[in-house]
Design a protein around this ligand. Structure first.
Ligand SMILES: *[C@@H]1O[C@H](CO)[C@@H](O)[C@H](O)[C@H]1NC(C)=O
Length: 342
């Protein structure tokens, strides 16, 4: 028997197995009939939500691999783990390359339904200016009536802390490099309005006792310093804290009181998608944390009213770029997208 014939037989067998028995036993239905049938059994999804959400991710200076991939001036990168994190929850990514002219970046913001600021180290220069402009635009979009979420991870959270407080020296030093930690939930925190809203209670419980989240930072902010700063305490509600190697407590998760903005000092994307450090938790609980956090970001983005122009979106999706494997070095990120200077 030719392989084509085997293929056809296989598919006949497969489809007759899968077809509802009414189909299998009745005459072949025309496409129109099929559509009518399926619309009867599948209620339409919530028309107020958008099911093709796109998240913009801001690139960070460098190659993400300490020069092993590129030393080019003006090169920037996005660790592929952030892209996978977004994709795993049902959204696509547009890279917001920080060296692009501000007008171009603002146009790209019209193509997305939310933004993610990644981890990294850069806190000044063009990168800081770009992040500041994008952050202000995100608040403007929300003030104008859209629901346009921001996830600010690690450095991203540190940067918006600096921007909101208008104090570039607001951060404090902590010893929390390359370590997994628990999360301590703040009493009476508004969990129901937060990223943790759909976490199973059992998982929330485990997060406070087991080291299920990855930390990798030398800066942060203590709860006291955040609460004593009127700009920060009116913007943020503290959801969780963590303790560093010197028993100093830092803010680890925040939600904005008035905007769909969530800040993480920890790395929700690493558990499922980074392998360079043996400290990254990969248990089933740890992977679920990545998934629940990603689902929350994308569920927020589905509420956005923005409807990107289809062709412009396709021209700007991250699929126009290829990630490079750099995890072979046994450290750092596993894959990165590198962008040449615009
Ligand atoms: C970047 O510079 C470093 C230090 O000079 C060098 O070891 C490395 O090979 C360079 N990387 C590339 C991709 O050329």
């Amino acid at each position: 028997m030719s392989s084509d014939a085997v293929w056809v037989l296989f598919h006949l067998a497969f489809f007759s197995q899968c077809l509802p028995s009414a189909w299998a036993h009745s005459a072949i239905l025309l496409p129109g009939q099929l559509a009518r049938d399926s619309s009867q059994s599948c209620p339409a999804p919530d028309p107020n939500l958008y099911y093709k959400p796109v998240i913009g991710i801001v690139s960070h200076p460098g190659d993400g691999a300490s020069g092993r991939l590129s030393n080019a001036t003006g090169a920037s990168y996005i660790a592929a783990s952030y892209v996978k994190f977004v994709e795993a929850a049902g959204a696509r990514v547009v890279p917001l390359i920080y060296t692009e002219p501000p007008e171009k970046l603002l146009k790209k913001l019209e193509l997305v339904n939310g933004v993610l600021f990644t981890g990294g180290w850069a806190k000044s220069g063009l990168y800081f200016e770009t992040v500041t402009k994008i952050f202000k635009k995100i608040l403007e979009k929300n003030d104008a009536g859209d629901h346009f979420p921001l996830f600010a991870t690690c450095l991203g959270f540190e940067l918006i802390t600096m921007i909101i407080s208008q104090d570039n020296n607001i951060l404090e030093e902590f010893s929390a490099s390359n370590q997994a930690s628990t999360l301590q939930f703040v009493e009476n925190a508004n969990i129901g309005e937060s990223v943790f809203q759909r976490f199973p209670p059992e998982l929330l419980g485990k997060m406070s006792t087991d080291c299920l989240v990855m930390q990798n930072h030398r800066y942060g902010i203590s709860p006291g310093k955040l609460l004593n700063n009127p700009k920060l305490s009116s913007f943020f509600e503290i959801l969780t804290t963590c303790t560093d190697e010197d028993d100093k407590v830092y803010v680890s998760t925040v939600r904005s009181r008035n905007y769909p903005v969530t800040g993480f000092q920890w790395h929700p994307e690493k558990n499922a998608f980074e392998w360079g450090s043996p400290r990254i938790p990969h248990t089933e609980d740890a992977i679920q944390i990545t998934q629940y956090v990603a689902n929350f970001l994308v569920s927020e983005a589905r509420k956005s009213l923005n409807r990107p122009v289809a062709q412009e979106l396709l021209d700007n999706l991250i699929y126009n770029y290829s990630p490079t494997y750099c995890g072979k070095a046994g450290k750092g990120y596993d894959e990165v997208y590198i962008f040449a200077q615009a």
